[in-house]
Design a protein around this ligand. Structure first.
Ligand code: GUN
Length: 309
């Protein structure tokens, strides 16, 4: 177990808050994934293979896809990147997905979102063979997930469940408040936390842009999961003392202080929320690293034919 150093808030109140350390957990799980990948290589002579399709040059997408490719190689997977300019037509992109679906050497396909406005992301998602949909975005995987059947689970929610498991965080009977209803995080997260399994068995509230008085809900959360994409949206006055706080925010701002030229901010005011929480994820170093683990585990499961024969 990892214990964070105590954090002090403006009133110098020292708490027993524990950091949910994405770096520590992700490194540990990558070690386990690498062992499984080596077994596959020994047994079959081939590595699990993930293909990422990247359209355009969005800075965030470039960074995330590069990290996905790097982490695949680090655990002994094969990774391939298919790139298109943002002028690619929907037809061309769909033709490429159909080609990748048919390639027996490929275990997992992801098309990085967002896509340019002239391409319908739902069409692309549904075109990916659900048996290679390691993003877990295909309606078949989402439906199977909701029914608690074997499926690929969207990487960020999956990574969050792995983090909760690693720290043995009790979820049964708790009030879990999810802020944000995106297809990628908030919506699948709310389904996972309500399922009759661990982590799960929560009473779930899903807050979104039309929720009046979000604070009245977040203040009642035992587990607060925030994926709204607004820097410091959750302030200390919105959090119940002792809550578990999961920050999915990845808000990039230009900065001269970092090597990359960007600094990442979460959706939670970490400095002031950390002292009143029981557990909290930092940004960076929290959920982002666990998302990669979710993707790697789905790709491994696909290569092992654990989800679909
Ligand atoms: N864009 C932001 N997160 C994701 C993700 O998990 N998968 C894909 N394909 N695109 C994303």
């Amino acid at each position: 177990m990892y214990w964070a150093s105590p954090i002090t808030n403006h009133q110098s109140q020292i708490t027993n808050m524990q950091l949910l350390d994405g770096k520590y957990v992700s490194e540990k799980l990558k070690g386990e994934i690498a062992i499984e990948a080596a077994k596959i290589l020994k047994r079959t002579g081939r590595k699990p293979h993930l293909v990422a399709v990247l359209v355009g040059h969005d800075g965030g997408s470039e960074t995330y896809v590069a990290s996905k490719m790097r982490n695949c190689e680090a655990v002994g997977f094969k990774s391939s990147l298919v790139r298109y300019e943002s002028t690619v037509t929907e037809e061309e992109l769909l033709a490429k997905v159909i080609e990748l679906n048919a390639d027996a050497d490929i275990d997992g396909i992801i098309v990085q979102l967002p896509l340019p406005k002239h391409i319908d992301p739902d069409k692309v998602t549904e075109c990916i063979d659900y048996r290679k949909d390691v993003d877990g975005f295909h309606p078949i995987n989402l439906g199977r997930m909701q029914r608690n059947l074997p499926s690929f689970i969207p990487a960020t929610p999956y990574g969050i469940t792995l983090m909760l498991k690693e720290y043995n965080i009790e979820t049964s009977g708790k009030h879990c408040v999810v802020v944000g209803r995106s297809n990628i995080v908030g919506s699948p997260m709310s389904i996972l936390m309500a399922r009759n399994t661990y982590p799960g068995n929560c009473t779930v509230t899903l807050c979104h842009s039309r929720t009046p008085d979000i604070k009245s809900f977040t203040l009642d959360a035992d587990i607060l999961i925030v994926a709204i994409g607004k820097k410091n949206f959750i302030t200390a006055d919105m959090v119940k003392p002792g809550a578990v706080v999961i920050d999915v925010g990845m808000n990039r701002e230009v900065s001269t202080a970092t090597k990359s030229g960007f600094k990442l901010y979460g959706d939670v005011d970490f400095e002031n929320v950390a002292p009143i929480s029981s557990y909290i994820t930092p940004v960076p170093g929290g959920v982002g690293l666990m998302t990669i683990i979710g993707l790697l585990k789905n790709t491994l499961a696909s290569a092992n034919k654990e989800v679909y024969r």
